[in-house]
Design a protein around this ligand. Structure first.
Ligand SMILES: Nc1ncnc2c1ncn2[C@@H]1O[C@H](COP(=O)(O)OP(=O)(O)OP(=O)(O)O)[C@@H](O)[C@H]1O
Length: 319
């Protein structure tokens, strides 16, 4: 079995009317990865997912998905999908929605029964499975959507904005579910504008902008490329303070910020501060956030210069 679930080369999509949504995307995704597909509005994320789920055809595409040529319909039996803003017939119960998805992927009802029950329990809807989804909140509908995406025990799962409308407890449950799926060796593509959420769950991310991959890699490598130490200082003489400022260090609200990943470079500064009678109140090592990485990768490509979700208060991007 190939180590790559997805091994794509030169994916292009030009919609009728001439919009070039994907401009030669190359992407390899290892099996068993929680993979974040990020990008500003209109970047081409949904277009890529629709190509992989055979909803639309690419203009050009080389490579494989689950070892088959992209567009090979039988591959879909091995795939689960939660579309963005998923809507289900309101007159169906949660259980019936899951059974409907099972039927669409050709599962036998006898197999579906037990599995639907387990999955609905797993997404926290055990007591709600016989209630009509028409009466469900947005977050509960999302939970049903996740359950139906998993009913065929897929190898690959696409989740488009899975925690949209889900409350904090539900988001935590979702993270735990992803952990379990990773342990089971599943590959999960998560598309979300909630970068803080993705940062907690993803192994790897790709940042797409204007139809091109701007950055791709292991999350810890991408965020670990920008590290700084912050030394919180007590009272300090202003002239002495200035003597610490150079290309790699600056002061920010009483903190001496040192732009380095090397702890050895910080220790002499601590010694100098202490020798000058300064009380060290704290020392923190900080990596860049995914949001910092995102903003650096897409810069002004974003239509509103910010991801869809409200940006959480963060210190400025590390330089
Ligand atoms: N059916 C279509 N016909 C023409 N253009 C389209 C079609 N679907 C998408 N596009 C265009 O293709 C580009 C990429 O759109 P896509 O929906 O893939 O982006 P996205 O990254 O998923 O955006 P969002 O985060 O807003 O959902 C956009 O310019 C969009 O307007």
């Amino acid at each position: 079995m190939s180590e790559w679930v997805l091994d794509l080369k030169g994916v292009r999509k030009v919609y009728r009317g001439g919009v070039e949504a994907l401009r030669g995307v190359d992407l390899q995704v290892p099996r068993g990865t929680i993979f974040g597909l990020l990008g500003p509005n209109g970047a081409g994320k949904s277009t890529l997912v629709k190509i992989l789920t055979t909803i639309i055809r690419p203009t050009a595409c080389e490579g494989t998905f689950l070892g088959e040529a992209v567009g090979h319909k039988p591959t879909l039996k091995r795939v689960g999908y939660l579309p963005e803003h998923a809507r289900f017939p309101e007159y169906l119960t949660a259980r019936e929605v899951v059974h409907m998805a099972a039927g669409l992927s050709g599962m036998q009802p006898a197999v579906t029964r037990g599995r639907a029950n387990t999955l609905l329990e797993r997404v926290g809807l055990g007591d709600w499975q016989n209630k009509k989804v028409g009466g469900f909140s947005k977050g509960m509908k999302q939970r049903v959507g996740i359950a139906q995406a998993l009913i065929n025990d897929p190898e690959v799962i696409f989740l488009d904005e899975p925690t949209d409308g889900v409350d904090p407890a539900g988001r935590r449950d979702f993270r735990l579910l992803l952990e379990e799926l990773r342990k089971e060796g599943k590959t999960v593509f998560v598309n979300s504008h909630l970068l803080g959420e993705l940062e907690m769950v993803c192994d790897r991310v790709a940042i797409l902008s204007k139809g091109e991959i701007k950055l791709e890699g292991a999350l810890k490598d991408l965020t670990g490329r920008q590290v700084e130490y912050r030394i919180s200082c007590g009272k300090i003489d202003s002239v002495f303070k200035q003597s610490f400022v150079n290309d790699g260090t600056r002061w920010e609200a009483g903190d001496l910020v040192v732009a380095t990943a090397a702890a050895e470079e910080v220790m002499p500064l601590l010694d100098q501060l202490r020798a000058g009678g300064v009380v060290i109140e704290g020392l923190v090592r900080k990596s860049a956030s995914l949001e910092d990485v995102f903003m650096e990768a897409v810069g002004t490509d974003t239509p509103g210069a910010a991801p869809k979700a409200a940006r959480s208060p963060q210190p400025p991007a590390l330089k």
